[in-house]
Design a protein around this ligand. Structure first.
Ligand code: KG4
Length: 335
């Protein structure tokens, strides 16, 4: 079955064409709005919605062209229903429902979190069920116990900022541009992760929840103090020390979650999962603990249509379909 998938939950317009039977990605196209939002230091929701409207058809067209598939051959439409920015979601979700309706095709609404939870399944080396999934992006930081392709239970989540949001806010403070994660991690390569001791929020011995707002405030206070004294900022050291604090908490809690569930497999998903330091320290921790780690390629970590196609395909097989009056939602029932 050929699936056309659409993802527009935030600031990327994405479409994919996917062969369900072979579980193969035939095309995965993303149009980024980074340049538009960069000068504001963060996403402007109204601009994001307008850009999605402009880009949705060209991106779908491009995905079909790259896959060598005509619209007539598409048999299922899958689209992100939530969570995210409602204005952005509505563009992709309404487009998908309209296309499905006029073509007489089934349509599945997918939770964006399910896409990130399953994204490692897009690779050759896939985790078997059950596994522990860390989904870590600009909007979410959560831990899930994944029992099957359509059964996930949340074990922990952030109580305030998402990890990617913390990267973005620290980058804004240091005037490094948007999105913050890639530039902070690049600068961190030349810095000393032990140069500054920023706080780690453990939230109690057994807690699998996260908190990154205290860390963000600690970086702000540190930077303001130096600026007030007129002392130079060692940007690389700040980036490396901040990143280390985020990564250490993510790694420790993910391994604790796997242990608590007696899982032997961990999978990562979400934009921050493309962070090299996170990948390295998570791999080291898994090697120490005898766990297997599954990390999708960066293109499947950040928002993409391929993961929405895969999740849509699994949910379609489980009997899920949208009603035509189904609405987009901003908060995930999974989270
Ligand atoms: O999954 P994603 O594309 O969109 C959301 O659903 O949020 O993730 C975007 C987030 C941004 O906050 C970005 O700064 C962060 O992922 N990010 C990174 C890296 N690449 C992207 N964070 C840390 N290190 C990276 N290499």
């Amino acid at each position: 079955m050929l699936i056309l998938a659409i993802e527009s939950s935030c600031d990327d317009t994405a479409a994919a064409v996917f062969d369900g039977k072979e579980e193969t990605v035939l095309a995965n196209v993303v149009s980024s709005q980074n340049e538009i939002h960069a000068r504001f230091g963060g996403i402007v929701p109204e601009l994001a919605s307008r850009c999605h409207i402009e880009m949705i058809w060209p991106v779908v067209r491009e995905a079909l062209d790259q896959a060598g598939v005509s619209l007539d051959e598409v048999q299922l439409i899958s689209a992100t229903q939530g969570p995210g920015l409602v204005g952005s979601l509505l563009v992709g979700f309404t487009f998908a429902k309209s296309l499905a309706m006029v073509r007489g095709l089934p349509c599945v609404g997918v939770d964006h979190m399910a896409g990130h939870i399953l994204s490692s399944m897009l690779e050759q080396e896939r985790p078997e069920y059950p596994y522990t999934a860390l989904t870590v992006s600009g909007g979410n930081t959560s831990l899930f116990s994944v029992a099957s392709a359509v059964e996930y239970s949340r074990m922990g989540r952030t109580r305030d900022d998402a990890a990617g949001e913390a990267f973005d806010k620290v980058a804004k403070l240091l005037e490094l541009g948007y999105p913050g994660g890639p530039v902070v991690s690049r600068l961190a390569e030349d810095g000393d992760p032990k140069a500054i001791t920023f706080p780690r929020a453990w939230l109690g011995k057994d807690s699998l929840d996260f908190s990154f707002s205290g860390l963000k405030t600690a970086v702000m206070n540190y930077v303001h103090k130096l600026r007030q004294k007129g002392e130079p900022l060692k940007i690389a050291d700040i980036c490396a020390s901040f990143q280390e604090a985020v990564v250490e908490v993510l790694v420790t809690k993910t391994v604790n979650a796997a242990r608590a569930n007696s899982h032997t497999r961990i999978a990562l998903g979400g934009g921050v999962a493309s962070n090299q330091r996170l990948r390295t320290l998570m791999q080291q921790a898994c090697d120490r603990e005898g766990l297997s780690l599954f990390v999708p390629r960066p293109a499947y970590c950040t928002d993409n249509g391929a993961m929405i196609a895969l999740a849509g395909w699994y949910h379609y097989q489980a009997g899920r379909r949208v009603e035509w009056d189904d609405d987009a939602y901003s908060r995930s029932p999974l989270n």
